[in-house]
Design a protein around this ligand. Structure first.
Ligand code: ATP
Ligand code: MG
Length: 336
């Protein structure tokens, strides 16, 4: 049941505490592909399939899955960069694709995005100060001079010094550039931060620093994270709850301890065997599992995963399993 309450205006605090900040309901996304003559290739890419989840205030939902499984597409819909083909996304009870201008303005402020490669997302011709101060200027109409006080504080908060604000992106290390990206994301006091592979471009030693910074900021500002990674070690370290995606679907979702202590989907178990680099253990099977799959490895009838599943049953070829609960918020889409 969808409850449409405008919580921006609500005075009932229990409602605010119980209601999820973000509710994603049965979203689907297909991209039309240019059809080539005499080609039997499919003319659409079904990137996200019937995905639902919620994010509560102050929690991290980790999203994990191999390359091409739809993580970024999903994140871009939450950020309202992309529109779902069907389904709804509610922020504090408000349908973000049917929202009024004022609500949208607030949403753009409250939901921020941290990109994998900060270098690509930072304007090379802008100084660090201008980059981090830009959100203030856009959203609050303040000039450089007026926002400087906040700016120094922000830079300090992410572990940079105010002297560094006259430098340009190429003068920073990868980790420092990601700190700039984070400062920019938190500048407007957001509630939800979408971090799309924020550390995969960084050295392992720097990864830990950035992850710790994200955790500190979360504690300080009660941020909610939609945290995307293909590294199970990073996901385990960061997440309160974990969603495992395969072929555009969430195949398993649950609390961190349930997913790592009692993984139920064969694909989740396969990911567990791929040793995470972040925890410092030897990387052994990572490449075997994190191969980007072609259409042929996905099944269009039955379970998407059955062609790769070591435990497939005859029914798995015929019918797609629905996602169902095991215990307390631990759900899995598997006939087994
Ligand atoms: N604009 C687009 N047009 C057509 N297909 C797209 C578009 N964007 C994404 N796709 C396709 O959707 C699928 C999911 O892509 P997406 O980028 O969401 O995956 P991902 O899980 O983020 O992968 P990675 O780990 O490599 O970042 C892929 O098959 C991709 O080719
Ligand atoms: Mg991606």
């Amino acid at each position: 049941m969808i409850i449409h309450i405008n919580l921006f205006a609500a005075g009932n605090t229990t409602e605010i505490m119980d209601a999820p900040l973000l509710s994603v309901q049965r979203i689907d996304k297909s991209f039309a592909l240019k059809r080539k003559f005499f080609s039997s290739a499919p003319d659409a890419c079904h990137a996200v399939r019937d995905v639902s989840f919620e994010i509560h205030a102050g929690e991290t939902l980790g999203l994990v899955g191999e390359s091409g499984c739809g993580k970024t597409t999903l994140a871009r819909m939450v950020a309202r960069i992309e529109r779902p083909s069907s389904g709804k996304i509610y922020y504090r009870g408000i349908d973000i694709f049917g929202a009024k201008q004022a609500e949208l303005r607030e949403y753009r402020q409250k939901v921020q995005y941290i990109f994998q490669d900060p270098y690509a997302s930072l304007n090379p011709r802008m100084s660090a100060g201008a980059i981090v101060g830009e959100p203030f200027r856009i959203h609050e109409g303040r000039t450089d001079g007026e926002s400087r006080g906040d700016l120094d504080g922000l830079l300090k908060m992410v572990g940079l010094s105010s002297e560094q604000k006259n430098r340009y992106p190429h003068e920073f290390s990868g980790g420092q550039r990601q700190r700039l990206g984070i400062a920019r994301a938190i500048a407007l006091n957001p509630e939800i931060v979408i971090a799309d592979e924020p550390v995969s471009a960084l050295d392992v030693s720097v990864q830990a620093q950035i992850l710790n910074l994200l955790k500190d900021l979360q504690d300080r500002f009660n941020l909610s994270y939609l945290f995307i990674s293909h590294d199970m070690g990073v996901i385990r370290f960061m997440s309160d709850r974990v969603a495992v995606m395969y072929g555009g679907r969430i195949v398993e979702i649950g609390p961190n301890e349930a997913i790592f202590g009692n993984p139920r989907h064969p694909y989740t178990r396969m990911l567990m065997d791929a040793v995470p680099s972040f925890t410092g253990q030897a990387v052994k099977r990572e490449r075997e599992v994190f191969v980007s799959f072609g259409e042929g490895e996905r099944s269009e009838t039955g379970c998407l995963f059955w062609p790769r599943c070591p435990e497939a049953l005859p029914v798995c070829r015929e019918t797609a399993p629905g996602i169902a609960g095991i215990v307390d918020g631990h759900l899995v889409a598997c006939h087994r």
